[in-house]
Design a protein around this ligand. Structure first.
Ligand code: SAH
Length: 371
């Protein structure tokens, strides 16, 4: 389903598109940059904040564009490491954006590294058997402006006042596209949004600190490899043989490992960067030792980093997280082969999964949440 808003969001405009639009109105070329500075550098929340623009221009902008196409309805601190922002789009769709704090040794939580997990769709069509986001299917794609708006809301919350002098404008360290939705199924809006986030005239956020995670849409992985901006790539593997992967990820039928793995190789060769293989550990589904051996061989072959994520149970789904002993045994197979592997066990171990757990809110959930 498509949603065409009454007014296009300003946060979906590039410097080029905005300059063109303003030129039609007879404005000088520098005007677009001035407006984008207000949005991304000075964090203006209303057109009237933009005091170096004439009243007439501000009025025209207000009639022509939606300054920010998402409103914050709830910001909740789920525990000391994650913060979830519940945002409402103009069609009342709800999405979540997650702030994940990774505490650094010896410093307070306010100095922790911050990773922002963003959504790209309302719901998801991939229907992975273990995932909450796809339970109700895909409602719609998010527009580029709606994707960018998520980061602006994070800026308002985390760093409302600061205007840093140069390129580095955001108060967070990484962006992971691991929220609700399959980012590569909304390719054009994704790339437009990431371009805006990366550009000097936008948020100025380094492409190498942006990770796109996919369930494995092979043609789009190959397309992403050709993008001039070098984003990082994470693959939701979750099964090291077709037999196991297919049981939990329907996408494996169209793109089995024999197609997926060469595409991942092409990507990492093109960018000279390690790709991350994400592997959720689900009891008796994919946590068998022979799967660990297969995963080790795949990771070695691709020079990939492996991120093992103990499964987070989802209400209404039967899957379970294996015991810590089993998790460790699985990880040991990879460690023994010197594969770079991460397995989170400390308190707050749900942080990796926090963004894999975003669920399309039904009207009922919405009422409960907002009550
Ligand atoms: N569609 C993209 C990005 C969104 S999901 C993708 O598949 O990569 C982000 C990550 O969270 C994926 O690796 C997904 O498989 C994982 N995930 C989903 N549900 C989870 C759960 N209940 N526990 C742990 N990880 C989960």
């Amino acid at each position: 389903m498509r949603f065409t808003p009454e007014k296009p969001p300003l946060t979906g405009e590039t410097l080029e598109s905005l300059t063109l639009r303003l030129k039609e109105r007879g404005e000088p070329a520098f005007r677009a940059q001035q407006i984008l500075d207000w949005v991304y550098k000075k964090r203006a929340r209303s057109w009237d904040d933009m005091t170096n623009l004439s009243k007439a221009l501000r009025a025209w902008l207000g009639e022509t564009f939606d300054l920010l196409p998402a409103s914050l309805v709830l910001g909740k601190q789920s525990n000391d490491v994650t913060d979830k922002l519940l945002l409402e789009m103009r069609d009342r769709s709800l999405i979540e954006t997650v702030i994940i704090r990774a505490p650094q040794e010896g410093v307070g939580l306010e100095h922790s590294r911050k990773t922002i997990c963003i959504s790209t769709q309302v719901g998801c069509a991939m229907a992975c058997a273990f995932c909450a986001s796809g339970l109700e299917g895909l409602k719609r794609d998010l527009s580029a402006g709606e994707i960018v708006a998520q980061l602006l809301h994070v800026c308002y919350r985390e760093d409302p006042q600061t205007v840093r002098a140069h390129r580095e404008l955001a108060s967070f360290d990484n962006i992971v596209v691991m929220g609700m939705g399959e980012p590569l199924a909304n390719y054009d809006n994704l790339i437009r949004a990431l371009t805006i986030l990366n550009a000097d005239w936008g948020l100025g956020f380094g492409a190498r600190r942006i990770t796109v995670s996919t369930s494995g849409l092979v043609p789009k992985i190959l397309k992403l490899a050709e993008e001039p901006l070098g984003f990082r790539l994470a693959i939701s593997l979750h099964g090291a043989t077709d037999e196991v992967r297919e049981r939990i990820m329907p996408v494996n039928k169209a793109f089995p490992l024999a197609k997926l793995l060469p595409a991942v190789r092409t990507f990492s060769e093109r960018h000279g960067r390690m790709v991350t293989l994400e592997y959720i550990l689900i009891e008796d589904v994919n946590d068998m030792i022979d799967q660990a051996g297969e995963l080790r061989d795949i990771a070695r072959d691709l020079h990939a980093h492996v991120n093992l994520i103990p499964y987070n149970t989802v209400q209404g789904l039967p899957w379970k997280r294996p015991s810590v002993t089993r998790q460790e045994k699985f990880a040991d197979v990879l460690r023994a082969a010197r594969i770079p592997v991460t397995l989170r066990r400390e308190k707050g171990h749900d942080i990796d999964a926090a963004c894999g757990q975003l669920r399309l809110k039904t009207e009922k959930d919405r009422q409960a949440l907002l009550a």
